[in-house]
Design a protein around this ligand. Structure first.
Ligand code: PGA
Length: 253
């Protein structure tokens, strides 16, 4: 089955409102009306409204970097799915390794967030991936399987089909180290086989699995050329319009 390539930019804790608008406007100008690849950008919460206006009418979709699972109430500092939806958000990154490492995210909280995102009619990008120690200890399969099963537990096949998985080996994030195309494809195959066990082969075949971890114009084409690599979740290179477009365009050509 042909899965449409999906490139998403994770801006992390970068850009003020004016910087975000300038970057979004540049991306709109450079990407034009590209529709052969799905493209999303995920700025910080504070910039979502301004970026929504800047990309209005373009092919670029808006994403958020996290969400809280509760609908509303006394959760100081948290943002709900309804708040994101009202701003025009389509995608929500859930379970990024930085959330897991620095802010106590667990597979259980990932699972609550995924359920809330889907219930709100938004689309989750669920991040999984092993640390360097785990890779050295030959635990890649175990780690990505546990995270995938935990994060997507309880979903129906129809709900799962709306999720994107991002395989992001922690050792490759922001380090300049990239998984080799073979390492990425192997991990993606493991994840797809777990998805097939959970939701059936047809659903697993439809689901997109992005690679994330120092993807840039120079290595994107080879990574994206792998059979089970269906896109990218881009950090550092998403902050430079030319680099982000250089990842999108080899795909679209
Ligand atoms: P990177 O980040 O491209 O800067 O390695 C990817 C990510 O964390 O999503």
């Amino acid at each position: 089955m042909a899965r449409k390539t999906f490139i998403a930019g994770n801006w992390k804790m970068n850009t003020t409102v004016p910087e975000a608008v300038a970057l979004a406007e540049k991306l709109v100008a450079l990407t034009g009306t590209t529709t052969d690849v799905d493209v999303a950008i995920c700025p910080p919460y504070t910039n979502l409204a301004a970026v929504a206006a800047a990309i209005d009418g373009s092919a670029i979709k808006l994403g958020a970097q996290d969400v809280h699972w509760e609908e509303k109430g006394a959760y100081t500092g948290k943002i709900s799915c309804a708040m994101l939806k009202a701003l025009g958000v389509t995608y929500v990154i859930v379970g990024h390794s930085e959330q897991r490492t620095y802010f106590g995210e667990t597979d259980a909280t990932v699972n609550k967030k995924v359920a809330a995102v889907l219930a709100a009619g938004l689309l989750p990008i669920v991040c999984v991936g092993e640390t360097l120690e785990e890779r050295k200890a030959d635990r890649v399969r175990e780690v990505v399987e546990t995270q995938t099963r935990g994060g997507l537990a309880g979903l129906s096949a129809d709900q799962a089909a709306q999720c994107t998985i991002a395989y992001e080996p922690v050792w490759a994030i922001g380090t300049g180290e990239t998984a080799t195309p073979d390492q990425a494809n192997d991990a993606h195959r493991i994840i797809r086989s777990v998805l097939a066990e959970m939701f059936g082969a047809d659903t697993a075949d439809q689901m997109r699995i992005q690679y994330g971890g120092s993807m840039k114009p120079g290595n994107a084409a080879e990574l994206l050329g792998q059979s089970d690599v269906d896109g990218g979740l881009i950090g550092g290179a998403a902050l430079k319009a030319e680099d982000f477009c250089g990842i999108i365009h080899p795909v679209g050509n």
